[in-house]
Design a binder for this molecule. Sequence first.
Ligand code: JB3
Length: 213
Amino acid sequence: MPNDPLGEIVVIGAGGHAKVVIECLRHAGWNVIGCTDADPTPRSCAGVPVIGTDDALGRLRSEGVANAFCALGANRLRERVGGKLQDLGFALPSYQGPGAIVSSTVRIGAGVAIMPGAVINIDTVIGDFAIINTNANVDHDGVLGRAVHVGPGAALAGEVVVGDRSFIATGCAVIPQRRIGADTIVGAGSVVVRDLPSGVIAFGNPARVQREL
Ligand code: JB3
C-alpha cells in the first residue's frame, strides 16, 4: 500500500523510464503533478499530463512546486538536467520502489532511482542521479559514482567500484572488488572478472574491451 502523501513533485522525461519512475513515486507517497519532455505534445505518461518542455520548470518552481525527479535513462543527459534542477532550487529526493531492500547503512545521493525489487547491501555508497534498476543487486561496500545505471537484473558482488555515468547493462555479473571506470558501457549479460578502464564498451564472458567510446 502507498505511504502517506509526501507532497508535489514534477518528473522530467515522459519515456519508458519515466513511466516506471512515476509509478514508484506514487507508491512512495508523492503527488506527481506532471512531467516535462523535449516533445511537448499534450499527452499523458503513466496517467500524468505532459506539461511542456523543461522551459516550464522555472514557472513551476516559482509557483511553489518544490520537488523534482529527473527520469531520463541516458546517463550524461540525466546528470546534466539534474544539475539544472538543482540550479533552479528544486529539492531532488531519492526513492525506493516496491519490494526494494536497502540497508539503512547505505549512503544515497540526490535523485537516485531504486527500482522495484532492487537490493543494496551494507555500507554501499550510491552517487547522485544513479539508477539501480529492477531486481538489480549491489552488494556490500560498493561505491557507485554519479549517474551510474545498474541495469535490470545486474549483480554487483561485494566492494565493486563503478565510475561516474557508467552503464552496467541488463543481467551483467561483476565479481568482488572489480573496478569499472567512468563513462564505460558493459554490454548485457557480460561477466566482469577483470577491472575495466574508463570510456570503453566491453562485453562478453569474460568481459573484454571492444572499443573506446
Ligand atoms: O531498461 C529499462 C528498464 N529502462 C530503460 C531506461 C533506463 O532508459 C528504457 O527501456 C529506455 O530504454 C530508456 O528510457 P528513457 O530514457 O525514458 O527513453 P525513451 O523511452 O526513449 O524516452 C526518452 C524521453 O526523454 C523522450 O520522450 C524524449 O523526448 C525525452 N527527452 C530527451 N531529452 C527529454 C530530454 N525530456 C526532457 N524533459 N528534457 C530533455 O532534455
